[in-house]
Design a binder for this molecule. Sequence first.
Ligand code: AHN
Ligand code: ZN
Length: 341
Amino acid sequence: MKDLLGLMKIKSLYFLIFILLFSCSENDEKESKNITTKPIENQVVKTITLPDFNADSAYLYVKQQVDFGPRFPNNEAHAKCAEFLKNKLASFGLQTQIQIGKTKTFNNKEIIIKNIIGEYNPEAKKRILLFAHWDSRPFADQDSKEMTKPILGANDGASGVGVLLEVARQLTLVKPEIGVDIIFFDAEDYGQPSSGMLIHQNTDSWCLGSQYWAKNLHKQNYKAEFGILLDMVGSSNILFTQESISMKYAPDVVRKVWNKASQIGYSKYFSQEQTFFVGTDDHKYVNEIARIPSIDIIHYERSTGNFHHSWHTHNDNMKVIDPNSLKIVGQTLLTVIYEEE
Ligand code: AHN
Ligand code: ZN
């Protein structure tokens, strides 16, 4: 009797182990896919594992930033969010640091800027650079009311950072061979408000964090093969056109990324159309000063030929964020990263 009971216990233990193993492998399958690249004559077939970008996770990262409130230099939410972002990158195993700099805004305010930097695989020679700005605009100059109050910047700021945090999480789940640097630039959105036709006046008053970094690289002789900026990537009915600064400095990178997107079924969102609507953005300085060929993935609103309608207004809140759009951008980035030789 004792023996029989013992045997039953062992049997149920085996059963439990079997169930556990089975459920784990099922999860793994959901998280990533194996992709076999097309064999070219006499070449070894290479199988790569392409992780599955989790849009809910990215959405949560966007919301967590917005929950701090408006995040612009020298305010408390900004300081708290900087710590949050650094700790998040560190928790995914990236080597992290905050680059601190002093600069002046267009209205002569002295600000402390914080560029948040995470390095995946810091020893790898071949690297790519992914970036987004993490600050939000201190005023709502495109709104019709409460124009002097700061905005939440769910789309303009938090969306790109949210996608890159989820990319960082995936990097540690399925480890690619190349190095990847993720930089969240500060003070992109402290630029001089303008009206009417002077929309792009004093462009150097924008992108203060990326200008500082490009002049003071976090590592001597830092180099990356190419760079990709995400800006305003979270709204519904997303559309990315081939933006003119990107096409001027890095047309090959645009083609590479647009091809990868169409390869995974996103050609509808990554249009072949070229557009001139971005006056300046962080990739301008990464191109012109740091000399890393870089592109901007940025939403184009066809009906107005401009940015999303919530741009620099109080409508730029969580209501405009669509997880599907985060997925489209995130999965495209993962395809670029994991298929890079
Ligand atoms: C201008 O073209 C003036 N600004 C685009 C850069 C920007 C602001 N991106 C987000 N906010
Ligand atoms: Zn902005």
